[in-house]
Design a protein around this ligand. Structure first.
Ligand code: MCN
Length: 783
């Protein structure tokens, strides 16, 4: 193979780096008008009235729509796409009519000629609120007498869910030599794509068709949700286009109320309607991530072998259930609690709790970072309490490489892995022993170095439709591809995956160019438009390489098969007498006798000399529905120094050893890991969405919400191992979330290792200078 496996530079970067990308906000439609949203300043309040008269008289204002208007137009609540048996779904209106349940919820939509006019007029909409008691914290939300959000979900419980064998766990704990306990919080995060969400809707009155240009990671799912579930229009009357999208990290998977609002406004006004989020709006309207309060216990024998794990998690779902939200703290968290370890018994219980905060859903890693962090903190504490080395306790508990396929006690069957090899590589790259010695030396001088390890497993390549269907998904998670070869042999690939930074235009072209023996420039990847792509399930859960590229591979195989028959006919030999090499069908054993791929493509369209009964043209489509998830893995290692006088954490080294099976493009893999690590470090050290008790977001701008900046980030030193998966024809596993899943745990473990001499056992992330400094002061009051 010429391209697959090569660190080919991204084709799309020329466009992006020279400012020639086309984002939603770049699309200009004549006559466009603008929307501003009136958002609730209250976390919980009854709406007694919305007075729009003053706003309507403001310059340029064309219309003000309230919850009443949306109800009158028959707009339905936002859908939930993953059903659990115990799920209670409080309806989430596009525009609130009776009550608001979080700060930022939309209560009115102002449409005006310009954005400034719409925003000015939004200030004139008078909403009479009767403030109600609010609750932002999961434990308080479950306490007796807590403010109640929705009558549909008594006690603020959206669902309870459990997995594993509680009795087996109980028995294992009875026999345990050591039980390690940990109560922790995983803070809420706010996704921060460079491009904020934006939507532009157009209605074509002649045909009754809508076009929605929007920042979506999966335009077909957006179309299905908006057409069939929210607006109640035929799906074929809505075209959704997601052009260049500047990052999503999960937050652009879901349909949002703002999109429905511009669609409806476009129809009512008969003009294109645009909205582009202000960053402050993103903070209170993009689905947020994580937010767990967990109590966990790990049982071990005298040698440090893990016997059992028991987990109880309260997952903050926010004010409503977002599209995939129920799946995140359950099937993407509870099922990952075995990590890389052979744990005979596991039991996890999760309660999904509704609070007066912005709804939570998938954020890069979605459930899996939470599982990894919990497990890796426990393993480190177990090592500490048993006097074992953190590397050794991991090694002795790993699932051995000859145990695959490996069924865990929490429902998954791991495909392939060699966990010790990745650990060894990480230790070697880091110089683990040397750093341990250095740590000891420096401690004598009052310097506090910490070394942290974290081993992760990820379930990605979402997902086998049969499995997710049984678990409550309301759609199959296959992917589609259509490959169309033009008469000149140029290739168009229509994929249901969507690239919003991952580099699919390059990686997918590498796969196809190799198979057809053509150049990378001969292959065009088309994505992000329901009007051009037959169907697709989009990009999330690191599925585009293992599922999207696999569908492309399958479609390419079909094209090649037809091409082989045409070539055989032209060369007057049997198809099996041909071999295809470097873009040519050659008659075996007769060098020089053959037809190029381009010659065959032309013949397919000229059509005057095709095999009997064959239709003209050269194209094929395929749907790939994986038989299993894929399970990438790896070990990351961090070295930090903590300044005891300021509490500041400095990252000195960061080693990432990842195994995502065969790599299509090692450059993309590196980029994905590094971006992920940056986000993981953000969670470990800086980021936290903080709500006060009344549900006000106190970190609503970048002044308070600390994103990692360049100086916070170390150079990531990469290593990799390659354990191909048998689940797809390319042997690839996903890598888009790997760094985020593991980096938080590696860095947190390093900081806690540094703080050991102070007798500090655990601190919750983010490990900000203030938190670390206070903890040190508490333990050393005289200092
Ligand atoms: N790849 C590869 N070899 C492999 C695996 C992947 O060369 N064995 C390449 C793929 O071809 C693709 C990239 O790596 O170009 C990521 O592939 P994959 O792991 O399949 O992930 P997806 O493309 O499905 O992307 C989704 C994933 C997720 S879930 C989030 S969240 C995320 C992420 O990717 N959001 C991102 N990476 C992001 N990167 C950017 N720049 N922006 C985001 O919003």
């Amino acid at each position: 193979m010429a391209f697959v496996g090569q660190a080919v530079k991204r084709k799309e970067d020329l466009r992006f780096l020279t400012g020639k990308g086309t984002y939603v906000d770049d699309i200009v439609l004549p006559g466009t008008v603008h929307v501003a949203f009136v958002r609730s300043p209250y976390a919980h309040a009854r709406i007694q009235g919305v007075r729009v008269e003053k706003a309507l008289q403001a310059p340029g204002v064309l219309r003000v729509l309230t919850g009443e208007d949306f109800a009158r137009e028959g707009v339905r609540p936002m859908p939930v796409g993953w059903l659990l048996p115990t799920l209670r779904i409080p309806p989430r209106p596009v525009v609130a009519k009776e009550e608001v349940h979080h700060v930022g919820e939309v209560v009115a939509v102002v449409v005006a000629e310009t954005r400034a006019q719409a925003e000015d007029a939004a200030l004139l909409v008078e909403v009479d609120y009767e403030p109600l008691p609010a609750v932002a914290d999961v434990e308080r939300a479950l306490a007796p007498g807590a403010p109640q959000l929705h009558s549909e979900a008594p006690g603020n419980v959206a669902f309870t869910w459990e997995i594993g064998d509680a009795q087996a766990v109980e028995e294992a704990f009875r026999k345990a030599h050591k039980v390690v306990r940990l109560k922790l919080r995983q803070q809420r995060l706010i996704p921060n794509a460079i491009e904020p969400r934006a939507s532009l809707a157009q209605y074509h009155p002649g045909t009754g068709e809508y076009t929605l240009y929007t920042t979506s990671q999966n335009p077909h799912v957006h179309r299905l949700m908006h057409a069939a579930f929210i607006l109640g229009i035929p799906e074929h009357k809505l075209r959704v286009v997601a052009p260049d999208v500047g990052g999503g990290f999960g937050s652009k998977i879901f349909p949002y109320p703002e999109e429905t609002a511009v669609l409806l406004a476009a129809r009512l006004l008969g003009r294109p309607v645009r909205w582009t989020a202000r960053r402050s709006e993103s903070f209170v309207s993009d689905a947020q991530g994580r937010d767990h309060a967990t109590e966990a216990e790990m049982a071990l024998d005298g040698e440090g072998r893990i016997l059992a794990l028991r987990v109880r998690t309260l997952a903050n779902m926010g004010a409503y259930l977002s599209l995939f939200a129920p799946a995140i703290p359950t099937y993407l968290y509870g099922t990952l609690l075995s990590g890389q370890y052979r744990i005979p018994a596991i039991h996890a219980h999760v309660t999904g709790v509704l609070t007066n905060t912005v709804p939570v859903d998938a954020y890069r890693g979605a459930g899996r970072p939470e599982a990894c962090y919990l497990l890796e903190r426990l393993v480190d504490l177990a090592a500490q309490e048993l006097g074992l080395d953190p590397a050794e306790i991991r090694r002795q508990n790993y699932i051995p490489k000859d145990a695959f396929p490996y069924p865990t006690p929490v429902a998954l069957v791991y495909d392939s892995g060699d966990y010790a090899a990745a650990l060894d590589k990480a230790l070697e790259l880091l110089g683990y022993e040397t750093w341990r010695r250095e740590q000891e030396e420096l401690r004598k001088q009052g310097r506090y170095l910490g070394i942290g390890l974290a081993s992760y497993i990820e379930a990605c390549g979402l997902a086998p439709s049969k499995v997710v269907g049984q678990l409550g998904a309301q759609a199959g998670l296959w992917e589609s591809a259509l490959i169309r070869v033009a008469p000149t042999g140029k290739v168009e690939v229509y994929t249901g995956s969507h690239s919003h930074g991952q580099g699919h235009e390059t990686a997918f072209a590498q796969v196809v160019a190799d198979l057809f023996g053509v150049g990378l420039e001969d292959v065009e990847i088309v994505h992000g438009d329901t009007g051009r792509i037959p169907f697709g399930m989009g990009t999330y859960g690191s599925r585009s390489a293992p599922v999207g590229a696999a569908a492309i591979y399958r479609a390419a195989e079909k094209v090649l098969e037809k091409a082989r028959h045409i070539a055989a006919h032209l060369l007057e030999v049997a198809p099996e007498d041909l071999e295809f090499r470097e873009g040519r069908f050659e008659v075996k054993g007769v060098p020089g006798r053959g037809k190029t791929f381009q010659e065959v493509a032309l013949q397919a369209y000229l059509a005057h000399n095709l095999p009997e009964g064959m239709e003209p043209g050269l194209e094929a489509s395929a749907f790939f529905d994986p038989a299993n998830f894929v399970f990438p893995f790896g070990t990351h290692a961090a070295v930090v120094e903590v300044d005891p006088d300021t509490g500041e954490v400095k990252l000195l080294r960061y080693v990432a050893v990842d195994d995502c099976g065969n790599q299509i493009n090692p450059l993309l893999v590196r980029g994905q890991v590094e971006g992920g690590v940056a986000q993981g470090i953000g969670q470990a050290l800086l980021e936290e969405a903080f709500y006060d008790e009344g549900g006000q977001l106190l970190t609503g701008t970048y002044m308070e919400y600390a994103m990692p900046r360049a100086h916070h980030l170390p150079r990531v030193e990469h290593g990799h191992t390659v354990t191909p998966t048998p689940v797809n024809p390319l042997g690839v596993k996903g890598v888009g979330e790997a760094g985020t899943i593991v980096a938080t745990a590696a860095v947190a473990n390093a900081v806690m290792d540094a703080l050991r001499p102070f007798g500090i056992r655990h601190l919750d992330i983010p490990l900000t200078p203030e938190k670390v400094w206070r903890a040190i002061r508490e333990k050393t009051p005289a200092a």
